[in-house]
Write a new protein. Structure first.
Length: 298
């Protein structure tokens, strides 16, 4: 795995260590699997040679996924993918095309990540660590080592569908303001929202910023901001409550569920929801929120 999964990928991505890949499935892995095949990896062979023995599942709270594998020599290999800012915070080295591990060039990768995100691409960072010496059984986010080796960045492009653009346009024509709440990067969120004619393409508030705001401040900011990024379910609930506090009706649009209509919060859906298809097809993206015609029109 060291030769195939790490070095080969870096050779393919060098010298900038940035790849743009067209996302062709509802799952992120739908793009990563073809990429792996493109650099010469056989999924079934790799899985057989390096069986998974533990995993840290992806959650919006920590924004990464890690899998622990048994290596051919009896050791371990840790593979990690997730939000660039999170992964790079746990890396102190990067792997170059020769397989060496010089100190990480954070400024270079941060600039590359921002460039991809500004084009509306969802950016993932890939990292690994040979012989992490982790105990199997019950790995958690706090167990992620701080000395990972960064392999590179991948940009996944999933532009809004035509029907999504038309749906937002119809809402605007009816005097309905559309707000997008997502778990993706702030820059990516603003760029995608602009494609949907939501926001100005630059302004967005992150979940971390929401957490620092008091109720009155948040209630004021939701009057002017249409895009919210890196948002957790808790942040989403606060946003909806803030909009409702401004005497506005809130409806939530979701995918793959029967249509439901509610003007008042319920215990099952505390923000009130109007379920429908999402403008994006990424499973864990959060869904646009709409407010009543009484809100400020764009």
């Amino acid at each position: 795995m060291k030769a195939n999964m790490a070095s080969a990928a870096v050779v393919e991505l060098a010298p900038t260590l940035v790849l743009r890949g067209l996302r062709n499935s509802a799952r992120t892995e739908g793009a990563l699997y073809p990429f792996a095949a493109k650099i010469g990896l056989d999924r079934q062979k790799e899985q057989a040679a390096y069986p998974r023995i533990d995993v840290i599942p992806f959650e919006s709270e920590h924004r990464f996924m890690a899998t622990l594998h048994t290596a051919a020599d009896g050791g371990q290999v840790l593979l990690v993918k997730g939000a660039p800012e999170v992964i790079m915070d746990h890396c102190d080295r990067q792997e170059d095309k020769t397989g060496q591990h010089p100190p990480i060039e954070r400024e270079h990768f941060q600039k590359a990540s921002d460039t991809l995100a500004a084009q509306g691409e969802r950016v993932l960072a890939l990292a690994w660590l040979p012989n992490p010496r982790l105990k199997t059984g019950g790995l958690g986010p706090a167990d992620l080592p701080k000395n990972l080796v960064l392999l590179g960045l991948i940009g996944l492009l999933d532009p809004p569908r035509k029907e999504a653009v038309e749906a937002v346009k119809e809402c605007h024509a009816g005097g309905i303001r559309v707000t997008m709440i997502t778990g993706d990067h702030k820059i990516t969120a603003a760029a995608i929202a602009k494609m949907l004619d939501i926001g100005d393409g630059k302004t967005a508030i992150t979940g971390a910023e929401i957490a620092e705001m008091d109720t009155a401040t948040l209630q004021e900011r939701v009057r002017d901001v249409d895009v919210f990024a890196r948002a957790s379910p808790e942040h989403k609930l606060r946003l909806v409550k803030a909009i409702q506090a401004n005497k506005q009706i809130v409806a939530m649009r979701r995918r793959r569920e029967p249509h439901q209509h509610s003007r008042k919060p319920t215990s099952a859906s505390p923000w009130g929801s109007r379920t429908a298809r999402s403008p994006r097809r990424r499973p864990r993206w959060y869904w646009p929120t709409t407010t009543s015609p009484r809100s400020r029109r764009r």
